[in-house]
Design a binder for this molecule. Structure first.
Ligand code: APR
Length: 316
């Protein structure tokens, strides 16, 4: 598989632009389709001047969504609105749920076999939304739809590397569960190289990983949420999908997917990826007592988030 077409939906945004830059920079991508409701001609023209092989095309406005997605093998979705002051979680949910629903419907028409990575928040609800839409269209394959939770892992490696005095690039750690607040379950007991922090530091690091998104929202003081780190994590996940499509073996990533590992019907665990998406769900790593407690707190919240997504599709 030498030719890989990647589509980015929401390519003109705070996440979409740096994510598209990182994908353009990769020699693994041959065609890069940029879709947004605004500014794609400019973003595409700008990126197309970079001397890497990927051919970049911009698709502007809803009328061009189908053309943007036609035969894409990987679709990454950072479209939507980030949370701003004065906005309730419900405002964010209603707007972004509709955006993801419409893009998922277009995926069913134009690239039903694509591997899809959803970045749009709330990820815990948006993955069930896309799944229900694809089910309705008769082309749902649970192995192909992913919530991108890679940023939780990237953050865990950065924070633990800093605290333990390791190069963060040498740290690996599974972060399981969902992609917001208490649903994020970092498994420090599974960290490699092993870390031996006192209990209070494990608790403090785990909470920092769970609340890292809020740390950025506060620091940006009204200008939005994480964009650059999310773009880095989104590109890493998208390129793992591309490498899997190209036949590379033993690619392992955690992502939020349809799951029967716990009582929550969507859940992030380590996955082995292949050309058709999930090749094997590697299941729950061994949890210590503290991590069991985190899991217990996460499940009811996840179930509520999942139900909210599924009900949105039923009602709309
Ligand atoms: N179709 C395509 N693109 C859309 C649509 C739509 N229906 N609605 C909005 N967009 C585009 C906007 O035009 C904008 O270019 O999505 C982009 C979003 O960019 P920003 O507003 O800068 O938001 P960003 O910080 O990138 O976050 C986007 O990702 O992590 C999540 O919580 C975050 O849900 C938010 C999303």
């Amino acid at each position: 598989q030498n030719n890989v077409k990647v589509a980015v939906c929401g390519a003109s945004g705070g996440i979409g632009q740096p994510l598209s830059l990182l994908l353009k920079q990769s020699p693994l991508v041959t065609q890069l389709h940029l879709y947004d409701i605004v500014h794609t001609p400019g973003v595409a023209a700008d990126l197309s001047h970079i001397d890497t092989p990927a051919v970049v095309r911009g698709f502007n406005g809803a009328d061009n969504l189908d053309a943007a997605l036609k035969d894409a093998q990987v679709v990454i979705i950072p479209a939507g609105v980030p949370r701003k002051p004065g906005m309730t979680r419900d405002d964010l949910f209603n707007t972004n749920a509709g955006v993801v629903r419409d893009i998922a419907a277009a995926i069913s028409r134009n690239c039903p076999k694509a591997l899809v990575g959803i970045i749009t928040n709330p990820v815990n609800s948006c993955v069930p939304i896309a799944s229900e839409v694809l089910k309705k269209a008769g082309c749902y394959d649970a192995n192909r739809i992913f919530g991108v939770s890679t940023l939780d892992i990237v953050r865990a490696c950065a924070f633990i590397g800093e605290a333990a005095g390791h190069n963060p690039l040498d740290v690996t750690i599974p972060v399981i569960g969902g992609h917001s607040g208490v649903t994020i379950i970092p498994l420090l007991s599974n960290c490699k190289p092993a870390v031996n922090f006192p209990e209070s530091q494990v608790k403090q690091l785990s909470e920092r990983i769970q609340e890292a998104g809020t740390e950025v929202v506060k620091a940006k003081a009204g200008a939005g949420s994480a964009t650059l780190s999310m773009a880095y994590a989104g590109a890493r996940f998208a390129l793992s999908l591309v490498r899997a499509i190209k036949g590379e073996k033993n690619i392992i990533e955690c992502a939020y997917v349809r799951s029967n590992v716990t009582e929550a019907t969507y859940f992030s665990t380590p996955l082995r990826l292949g050309p058709n998406g999930i090749e094997e769900n590697l299941g729950l790593p061994k949890l210590n007592a503290f991590e069991q407690g985190l899991l217990k707190a996460a499940i009811p919240e996840l179930k509520t988030n999942i139900k909210k997504g599924e009900e949105f599709v039923l009602k709309n």
